[in-house]
Ligand binder design. Structure first.
Ligand SMILES: [Fe+2]
Length: 233
């Protein structure tokens, strides 16, 4: 059986491989044309389950102790190129702590680590494509890409949906962040409408009174309204 190929991404909806203002892309952008694959094979892919990869949907505490920072709830729906829910998608998350520091040996930013925040999580979508997790709003951090370069607040998302062709690694941003206007990674997506899909919306309905603010981040895997990759697909 020949599986139908995905439609190409609309022009300008995804970042190019190499972006002059985003220094490290020069080191990893391919210099050779891509290798053709058997048509339709991108519709195949691994299926993951919580039995193999345990759910960790509360990043806001470690061994029962609360992390420092602004507690938030992030939730949304994952849909495909035909606006159908993507069930059982594995979503892996990683982020800096409230002070803008990653729990990682390579992060030497002069900001405090939080013993109660590791900044890694994993959730799966339900039958209607919905997901939800609790975390701490990440801080901005410097990244030496250029003089006085600071990343906007963001949460890294990796999604394994229905197939390899719908694989997505991206970043969720927060509305109203002044650093978005000068961030080379966010600005690498040429189409402003596609770029805006990377920004979550504040959601009072999702906000839990006297406990946590809510942000909604819906993700579209492939199609005309696909959520952009953080770097070129
Ligand atoms: Fe980051």
């Amino acid at each position: 059986m020949t599986l139908p190929a995905y439609r190409p991404f609309p022009p300008g909806s995804q970042p190019p491989h190499a972006v002059a203002s985003y220094g490290s892309t020069a080191l990893r952008a391919p210099r050779q044309p891509p290798v053709a694959i058997e048509p339709g094979i991108e519709r195949l892919g691994p299926v993951f389950s919580p039995a193999q990869f345990p759910v960790a949907s509360d990043l806001s505490r470690e061994a029962g102790r609360e992390a420092l920072g602004e507690r938030i709830i992030v939730a949304g729906r994952v849909t495909d190129e035909e606006d159908r829910p993507v069930a059982d998608a594995m979503i892996e998350l990683w982020q800096a702590n409230a002070a803008g520091r990653y729990h990682h040996e390579r992060d030497t930013h002069d900001a405090p680590l939080d013993p109660n925040f590791r900044g890694a999580g994993r959730v799966f979508t339900d039958g209607d494509g919905r997901y939800r997790f609790v975390t701490i709003k990440p801080g901005a951090y410097p990244w030496r890409n250029h003089a006085n370069a600071w990343r906007p607040n963001h949460i890294h998302f990796s999604l394994f949906g229905a197939s390899w062709g719908a694989r997505l690694v991206t970043q969720m941003y927060f509305p109203g962040d002044p650093l978005l206007a000068i961030d080379p990674i966010y600005q690498a997506v040429p189409d402003p409408a596609a770029r805006a899909r990377l920004v979550a919306s504040f959601d009072l309905e999702l906000t839990q009174p006297e406990w946590a603010l809510g942000y909604r981040f819906d993700v579209v895997l492939r199609g005309l309204h696909a959520t952009p990759m953080e770097v070129a697909p």
